[in-house]
Write a protein that binds this ligand. Structure first.
Ligand code: 4NP
Length: 154
């Protein structure tokens, strides 16, 4: 199973999701590949935002080594599932898609919890408390993803 998380900057939400899912998969001994990508070129090759690094540190997850990269059309071929954080990401991914099968791999991350296309809010312009909220949302969703993989529903 190969999973890609997508957000706008690839320095806050999607690297958080990558780190959290990798940690949960390691706990369960699941063999999966996980990456993250974004659409803004401001931070290419940079590590995640220091507030994202800090919140992960608090929960024993190290995401410092992640390097920001852009989403590419090849990601549709490389990954089995692509999870976006919000409607802007969804539209950006859709713009890159070549055919319906590409979009069949794409869903809102929080839809794994209740089937609803709700956004993981962008914490970039807020304070540190926004990162705690986003961490909890993503942590719940990643727990569900692991359950689905274990139950072969993904
Ligand atoms: P992210 O947050 O999409 O969760 O990584 C953002 C990070 C940086 C920017 C926007 C959103 N930016 O415009 O630089």
């Amino acid at each position: 199973m190969k999973i890609l998380f997508v957000c706008l900057g690839n320095i806050c939400r999607s690297p958080l999701a990558e780190g959290i899912l990798l940690a949960k998969a390691a706990e369960k001994g699941l063999d999966i590949e996980v990456e993250s990508a974004g659409f803004e070129s401001y931070h290419i090759n940079e590590p995640p935002d220091e507030r994202a690094v800090k919140i992960c540190d608090r929960y024993g997850i190290d995401i410092k080594e992640n390097k920001c990269r852009l989403f590419t059309v090849e990601d549709f071929d490389k990954f089995d599932r692509i999870y976006v954080m919000d409607s802007g990401n969804y539209r950006d991914v859709q713009y890159f898609s070549r055919h319906e099968e590409d979009m069949q791999k794409v869903s809102y991350l929080l839809s794994v919890i209740d089937g609803k296309n709700q956004a993981v809010p962008d914490p970039y312009y807020g304070g540190e408390e926004g990162f705690e909220n986003v961490y909890q949302l993503i942590n719940n969703a990643c727990g569900k993803i692991v359950e689905k993989i274990e139950q072969k529903q993904l």
